[in-house]
Design a protein around this ligand. Structure first.
Ligand SMILES: [Zn+2]
Length: 263
């Protein structure tokens, strides 16, 4: 756990660079706005969110998990089950929680105000995977904090989960189209780029599908899986009908105040 920061940053930057290189070599779609404009806003938002996250939980969720373990707080810290079982169970339960959290952010109007910052992006690329309003990030941390404490999730599981979630968000938002030979078998388990672009469609029934960031199982299980959009992947209208102009969708300030403005 002492190298936690290096593990996080190492995985984050490696995946980010690989995805951006793939997008540069073989983009699936063309951005309607200049990439540098979108990137300034999207990466600016990540920067703001990271600082605020550190203020909310200064030592991170793994520190909370370690504290819980030392003080026998939470379900798994009360039971004598092998650690591999608690780790696997924790990963599955946290992933289901994030699925439902995502669905809730679509369903509840007040939460949708925050989450639409993510969906208003007129183009989807790996930077979109990081574009979340700081208040959504804070709420997400608090939800995870409660789950980690109630379940007594081991610190190593928290670390694996957070690294994997971040890596998979970068992966499935990437503006790439994997070759059929890879995409077809992969989509039997994972949320691929093509599947996740359906979630970014302007068609509401498509936006409200494919909520999973990692595996497709929860969408299948809870009835929100969509294998195809009305249009083919290259022609899906990305974004939100309420935000047709690129301007407001690509300024950092515009994104920060977006939840507070009526649409
Ligand atoms: Zn969403």
């Amino acid at each position: 756990m002492t190298n936690e920061v290096w593990w996080r940053l190492g995985c984050f930057f490696s995946i980010l660079v690989i995805m951006m290189l793939l997008e540069w070599r073989q983009p699936a779609r063309q951005s309607p706005i200049k990439s540098s404009t979108r990137w300034f806003a999207n990466f600016g938002l990540v920067f703001a969110s990271s600082i605020i996250a550190r203020l909310v939980v200064p030592l991170g969720l793994t520190a909370v998990a370690l504290y819980n373990h030392e003080h026998s707080i939470g379900l798994f810290n009360q039971l004598a089950i092998p650690s591999i079982v608690t780790i696997v169970l924790s990963l599955v339960l946290l992933d289901i929680l994030i699925y439902w959290q995502h669905r809730l952010f679509h369903k509840v109007p007040l939460l949708w105000r925050l989450h639409r910052v993510h969906h208003a992006d007129a183009h989807v690329d790996t930077s979109t995977g990081l574009r979340f309003h700081p208040i959504e990030i804070v709420l997400s941390i608090l939800i995870k904090l409660i789950a980690v404490t109630a379940l007594g999730v081991p610190a190593i599981a928290v670390l694996i989960f957070e690294i994997a979630l971040n890596a998979l968000a970068l992966f499935n938002h990437a503006n790439i189209r994997l070759p059929n030979a890879i995409e077809k078998p992969l989509r039997l388990i994972l949320m691929t780029q093509i599947l996740h672009r359906i979630h970014h469609s302007k068609v509401v029934s498509e936006t409200n599908s494919n909520y999973g960031f990692s595996v497709i199982w929860w969408d299948k299980l809870f009835g929100s899986y969509k294998s195809e959009a009305k249009k083919v992947d290259a022609e899906i209208d990305i974004g939100l009908v309420e935000y047709p102009t690129a301007k407001q969708n690509a300024s950092l300030w515009g994104l920060l105040i977006m939840p507070f403005k009526n649409k």
